[in-house]
Design a protein around this ligand. Structure first.
Ligand code: 13P
Length: 284
């Protein structure tokens, strides 16, 4: 089975100055597109699940797809729970076989964020499950977490260093000016802050809000220490667009399997481009 801890995956990526794509899947078809794209490019990859997606399908079906798909290829594939505030969901994911979880207590004050993160590390550590935590507020909507533009704030360098010094994390997500969803204008990325946080924490950083960033922004963030790139909105658009476009162009056929095949191709095409851009092709 091609399962490798996200810890090793991200440490290798950080030292090799490339990033592993973490793609938010929606169902079996999108998970298959992620796995097939990674296998085709010999790339490590992270299957990312939002809380909503997990609760929609149930823990066991999602983890079964993962075992079946990851088990059929030789590239390393981790399964990671994205932004989660609910310790019960985290506990269930750990129990069912997720290899990695994210605790998002970033809306809480420093001490509370740290205490909750430490609690999750305590739950995950003995099972060798990796943990990501967040600091600052990333604008936009991800799952049920809404952050308005006026409430967004970047991670503080000193606080980030202090936080990461007090809990054993595998990946750290500082808010650096990216946003979840579709960008309205040119995002203002705090590259200097990103560089300092990467240096002072020494951790592989997660770049959230990947959809819509330019190639140049991706390259620069990766060169400064982002070893995990989160992509979600792109998959949502490909999921619906791939299916609907096929229907519009072939509406006499009325064969849903063909729509699903078109959806799969559209998803995979975008994922392949991302993996190539992030530099993880051939790194498996
Ligand atoms: P996008 O939806 O902007 O790609 O962001 C994804 C993300 O950061 C998930 O945590």
């Amino acid at each position: 089975m091609a399962i490798l801890s996200m810890r090793e995956m991200l440490q290798q990526a950080r030292s090799g100055a490339y990033a592993v794509g973490a793609f938010n899947i929606l169902d079996y078809n999108s998970m298959r597109a992620v796995v097939d794209a990674a296998a085709e490019l010999a790339a490590p990859v992270i299957i990312q699940t939002s809380v909503k997606t997990v609760l929609f399908w149930g823990y066991e079906p999602v983890v079964q797809w993962y075992r079946q798909l990851a088990g059929s290829v030789s590239v390393p594939i981790a399964i990671h729970l994205d932004h989660c505030k609910d310790l019960e969901v985290i506990r269930n994911c750990i129990k069912h076989g997720w290899t990695s979880v994210m605790i998002d207590a970033s809306s809480k004050p420093f001490a509370e964020n740290l205490a909750l993160t430490q609690q999750v590390v305590k739950m995950a550590g003995p099972k060798n499950i990796t943990v990501e935590a967040e600091m600052g507020a990333i604008v936009g909507v991800e799952d049920d977490i809404h952050v308005r533009e006026q409430d967004a704030h970047l991670a503080n360098v000193e606080e980030a260093e202090r936080f990461c010094g007090q809990v054993s994390l595998d990946c750290f997500a500082p808010a650096i000016g990216t946003a979840h969803g579709v960008y309205k204008g040119e995002p203002k990325i705090a590259f200097d802050r990103l560089e300092k946080i990467a240096e002072r924490t020494g951790l592989p950083l997660a770049l959230h809000g990947g959809t819509g960033l330019s190639d140049e922004v991706f390259r620069r963030c990766i060169s400064l220490g982002c070893a995990k790139v989160n992509i979600s909105t792109q998959l949502k658009y490909a999921h619906i667009g791939g299916f609907v476009d096929y229907y519009h162009n072939h509406n006499k056929e009325y064969n849903p399997l063909k729509n699903l095949a078109a959806q799969y191709e559209k998803l995979k095409e975008g994922i392949i481009k991302d993996i190539q851009l992030f530099g993880s092709a051939g790194k498996a």
